[in-house]
Design a protein around this ligand. Structure first.
Ligand code: FE
Length: 344
C-alpha cells in the first residue's frame, strides 16, 4: 500500500509525489479518509478494486478528520472523505473541504432527502433511532418518542448522554417539528423518567433492561443486529433477547428518526474521477448489500434488503425532515440538554 501517512506528513513531499506521478495515479488509485471501522470499509474497498482495478488506499482517522484535511490544505492526498453522522458531513462542507459532484448514477441511487442538494455529500447508509422495550414488562405495540416522557414510564427509562450526537440529532429533529419550548418540556419530563443517570452506550440500554434496571430506552437499530447475531458475544445475545424493538415516530406519525453515514469528494482530491467512481460504487447494489450485512445498517438504495435481523424489526418509514434542517438545530438541541440538566 502506498504509504499515505508518510505522504500526508510532508506537504512538499506530497505535492512532488502527486504531481510527478499524476498520470499513473489518476488511472490507478484513490485515497480514502474514514472514521469508520476497518471491518466495514475494507471489504467495500476490496470489492471496488476487484471490479475496477483501481487501488484503494485508506487512512482510518478516529478523531479530527476534518481538522486533518484542513491542515493538509491544497496538498491533501485525500480523495474521498467517509464519516458517520450528518453533522460531520455538513461540517466538512461548512469548512470548505468538499466539492460538488453530480452524476446520474448517484442521483438515481440515493434519495434526494439523503444527499446534499448541490452534491457536496451523499448518505450511504442509515441507522434508525429506535425504542428498546422489555419483552416482559412493556406491552405496547407502537410508541412515539413523546410517549417516553409519559408519567407511566417514571423511573423506567434508560438512555445514553443527551449530548451524544445520536441524541442531539433526535432532539434537533423534535425542535424542527415542534419548536424549542415543546422540546424542552419533553426533555424535562424524559429526564424525570430516567431510571439511572443518562450515560453509557446504546447497548447498555438492553443490558440494563435484562438486569431489570429499566423497562425501556432509546438506542440505534444496528446494535440490535450486532447483539442478536452474536458478533458482540454470547452475553450481548442475552441482552438482545430481553428486548423487543419498536420503530417509533414523532407524535405526528410521519416516520422514524434516522441518522446516516456518508461520503464527500474532497475539495483538493488528486484523483477526483476515481473518487466519483468509488462513491458510485458505494451506492451500488453490491456495496449497499455489504453495508446491510457487515454492519446491520439500512441501505439507502431502493430495492436493497436490510439484513434479516433488521428487517424483522418492521418496515422503516423514514422521518421526512431534511437532514440539513436537523443539523441547523443541533446547537440548540445541545443547549437544551444543558439547560434541563439532562445528564446531571
Ligand atoms: Fe454507534
Amino acid at each position: 500500500m502506498l504509504s499515505l501517512a508518510r505522504l500526508a506528513q510532508s506537504a512538499a513531499a506530497a505535492a512532488v509525489l502527486v504531481t510527478s506521478a499524476l498520470p499513473a495515479l489518476a488511472d490507478g488509485e484513490v485515497n480514502v479518509y474514514t472514521t469508520r471501522e476497518p471491518g466495514l470499509i475494507q471489504p467495500l474497498l476490496d470489492s471496488f478494486t476487484k471490479e475496477t482495478g483501481i487501488k484503494a488506499n485508506v487512512i482510518f482517522v478516529k478523531e479530527g478528520l476534518a481538522e486533518r484535511v484542513a491542515t493538509e490544505g491544497a496538498n491533501s492526498p485525500a480523495d474521498l472523505l467517509s464519516v458517520v453522522d450528518h453533522g460531520n458531513l455538513i461540517e466538512l462542507v461548512d469548512r470548505g473541504l468538499t466539492q460538488p459532484v453530480k452524476t446520474e448514477a448517484l442521483e438515481a441511487a440515493i434519495p434526494a432527502n439523503l444527499r446534499d442538494a448541490d452534491g457536496q455529500w451523499y448518505a450511504l447508509s442509515m441507522r434508525a433511532r429506535v425504542i428498546y422495550a422489555s419483552k416482559d414488562r412493556v406491552k405496547d405495540e407502537t410508541l412515539t418518542y413523546e410517549d417516553l416522557a409519559d408519567p407511566r414510564f417514571k423511573g423506567k427509562v434508560c438512555i445514553r448522554s443527551g449530548q451524544h450526537p445520536y441524541n442531539t440529532s433526535l432532539i434537533a429533529a423534535m425542535i424542527e417539528r415542534d419548536g424549542a419550548d415543546a422540546t424542552k418540556t419533553w426533555l424535562t419530563d424524559l429526564k424525570g423518567n430516567l431510571a439511572r443517570k443518562a450515560g453509557g452506550g446504546d447497548r447498555d440500554v438492553a443490558r440494563d433492561i435484562l438486569a431489570n434496571l429499566c423497562d425501556i430506552g432509546i438506542a440505534n437499530s444496528y446494535y440490535v443486529g450486532l447483539m442478536r447475531s452474536g458478533k458482540g458475544g454470547p452475553e450481548q445475545q442475552e441482552w438482545a433477547n430481553a428486548i423487543r424493538v419498536i420503530l417509533p415516530t414523532f407524535k405526528d406519525k410521519a416516520g422514524t428518526h434516522v441518522n446516516v453515514s456518508g461520503a464527500a469528494v474532497a475539495k483538493n482530491a488528486p484523483n477526483k474521477e476515481n473518487a466519483v467512481k468509488l462513491l458510485e460504487f458505494l451506492a451500488s447494489q453490491e456495496a449497499q448489500e455489504i453495508y446491510a450485512k457487515a454492519n446491520f445498517e439500512y441501505p439507502v438504495r431502493a430495492g436493497v434488503a436490510a439484513d434479516p435481523i433488521i428487517a424483522e424489526l418492521g418496515t422503516l418509514t423514514v422521518d421526512p425532515t431534511p437532514l440539513t434542517a436537523i443539523a441547523n438545530d443541533r446547537k440548540q438541541a445541545s443547549e437544551l440538554v444543558d439547560v434541563v440538566g439532562f445528564d446531571g
